[in-house]
Design a binder for this molecule. Sequence first.
Ligand code: 5GP
Ligand code: 5GP
Ligand code: 5GP
Length: 208
Amino acid sequence: ISRPQEDFDFFYFVLQWPGAYCDTNRPCCYPTSGKPAADFGIHGLWPNYNDGSFPSNCDPDSQFDRSQISDLVSSLKQNWPTLACPSNEGFKFWEHEWEKHGTCSESVMDQHEYFENALKLKDKADLLQILTNSGINPDDGFYNLKKISNAIEDAIGFTPGIECNKDSERNNQLDQIYICVDTSGTEFIECPVLPRRRCPTRVQFPKF
Ligand code: 5GP
Ligand code: 5GP
Ligand code: 5GP
């Protein structure tokens, strides 16, 4: 079988800490199913180029089709919850991620595989467990960035990208964690390039 060559170099698998999303200057809304678990949630699986740039919205003809992922919806609600307002079930977030990012990896996976692979990757890297095992807890405390990074690297074998944002008191807080994944969407790899937004040496791990 001949397939089109994939037109990206790797994926960022991006997880968001809900305590940071909901503790910035913007509003957050819980999904209609209620307050999500105090756990990292999936933000997206993003095709990327080695130079740091990335493709987006690659196929306007491939619209999000919720009937293709009906078997995954309960797991998506649990592991890929939306925190945007107004409150909704999550389909808007998943649709946005599919259309902006997923359509750029259609040469290697279809819509069902895209969401299924993201869910499997989250199972492979239980970031909250990894951090709490190293004494890094979401307790509003401040932690050394290197300690956070090393805990993840020791557990998964690769250096993560870590992004911070600022809360209303201007504290830098742990916001998103990026793990790089090969073009099959299944194996972690060393990042060819790390995300631009960085953290200072001490970061707050806010409660959720
Ligand atoms: P922000 O500018 O808030 O960091 O990112 C806005 C959006 O741009 C993200 O939600 C994501 O869709 C996209 N984006 C930002 N940085 C990257 C990146 O390094 N790689 C990819 N593939 N997408 C990104
Ligand atoms: P990006 O373009 O950064 O991949 O995705 C961000 C878009 O998804 C925004 O339009 C945002 O409103 C929507 N969105 C819905 N739920 C969430 C969420 O829980 N986290 C983030 N970061 N964006 C969300
Ligand atoms: P800036 O350097 O302008 O503060 O932000 C760089 C990027 O990070 C922007 O694209 C912006 O959308 C994103 N950003 C800034 N603050 C936050 C935040 O609190 N949460 C998230 N998820 N993204 C942010």
